[in-house]
Design a protein around this ligand. Structure first.
Ligand code: NAP
Length: 304
């Protein structure tokens, strides 16, 4: 039986894994794919302390994984299907079979939210994208739309200017949600044109994106804008399917914990973007991963 199974290998999970492995617990980290989480789709991280010139999302996560493995963290690619939980024994049911553990740290992060409009599903991978780092280079000298006014939308719009001839940044209000430094940078970019108070209502095209229909929320007018790519960055939804009905979630579906990352079920902890909290950053995920790992140690001591 494992002391602790960590589900999810983003910054929170890898940090919890590093700490628990270093504390010589019998720990296993499970990730559906390879570890790294959403940061892997971030081109450049410039607000994680210790890297004054910034660092690529891929390199940062690769370093976190290498560091955790150096202390003996075992990482397995495995999809978790269900959790069965009692006070002394917890079973993590995976596609490869059941795994027994005394404690769980749940760090499954969040997934990009979709617009839910006509054409989005049909043209996904054919011009509709949720990752500028992955798909940006396909749009060299073309025009694209970026939807959203948060940190992700602005960061990715700025990144896209390396390739595209124009970014039409569509935001549903006339004030951006993103950090000031990103606002200033985006506003000074000649290739970014802001379309305020507008939402997309349709993405059109036969075999690829040909354009987008935008509704002005003040006038109700709908106009067509010819673009070859649509990048959607309108926030995230938590990956909580396997804990619905087991853990207490907030009204938006994020996992509720106390200050020690303890969820509503003793011995099940949560950390990172999946948690109900004020600020979703790599730095906050890392701190929560460390706290959860220490709380697990205390929990295991109390069990003995
Ligand atoms: P977010 O902060 O939730 O912003 C989502 C944006 O999309 C908002 O501007 C929102 O408009 C808009 N939006 C939401 N639903 C929409 C819809 N149905 N149609 C049109 N527009 C819609 O999401 P995020 O930018 O992905 O960021 C998620 C978290 O990660 C945040 O905590 C953010 O600070 C953090 N993050 C940080 C960094 C960084 O520090 N470098 C980078 C990326 C993300 P309203 O503004 O009107 O609500």
């Amino acid at each position: 039986m494992y002391d602790v199974i960590i589900i999810g290998g983003g910054p929170a999970g890898l940090t919890a894994g590093l700490y628990n492995a270093r504390a010589r617990l019998n720990v296993l980290l499970l990730d559906r794919l390879a570890p790294g989480g959403q940061v892997l789709t971030t081109d450049w991280v410039e607000n994680y302390p210790g890297f004054p010139d910034g660092i690529s999302g891929f390199e940062l996560m690769d370093r976190m994984k290498t560091q955790a493995e150096k202390f003996g963290l075992k990482i397995q690619s495995e999809e978790v299907i269900k959790l069965e939980v009692s006070e002394r024994r917890k079973t993590v049911l995976t596609a490869g079979g059941p795994l027994e553990t005394k404690a769980i740290i749940f760090c499954c992060g969040a997934t990009w939210k979709k617009l839910g409009i006509e054409g989005e599903e049909k043209l996904m991978g054919k011009g509709v994208s949720f990752c500028a780092t992955c798909d940006g280079p396909f749009y060299r000298n073309q025009e694209v739309a970026v939807i959203g006014g948060g940190d992700t939308a602005l960061e990715e719009a700025i990144f896209l200017t390396r390739f595209v001839s124009k970014v039409h940044l569509v935001h549903r209000r006339d004030k951006l949600r993103a950090a000031r430094v990103l606002q200033e940078r985006a506003m000074s970019q000649e290739k970014i044109e802001f379309i305020w108070n507008a939402v997309p209502v349709k993405i059109y095209g036969e075999n690829g994106v040909e354009g987008i229909e935008l509704k002005n929320l003040k006038t109700e007018d709908v106009v067509r804008k010819s673009v070859q790519g649509v990048f959607v960055f309108i926030g995230t939804i938590p990956n909580t399917n396997i804990v619905k009905g087991l853990l207490t979630l907030d009204e938006s579906g994020f996992v509720v914990t106390d200050d020690h990352m303890q969820t509503s079920v003793p011995g099940v902890f949560a950390a990172g973007d999946v948690r109900s909290k004020l600020l979703r950053q790599i730095s906050t995920a890392v701190g929560e991963g460390a706290t959860a790992s220490y709380a697990v140690e205390k929990y295991l001591e109390a069990l003995e």
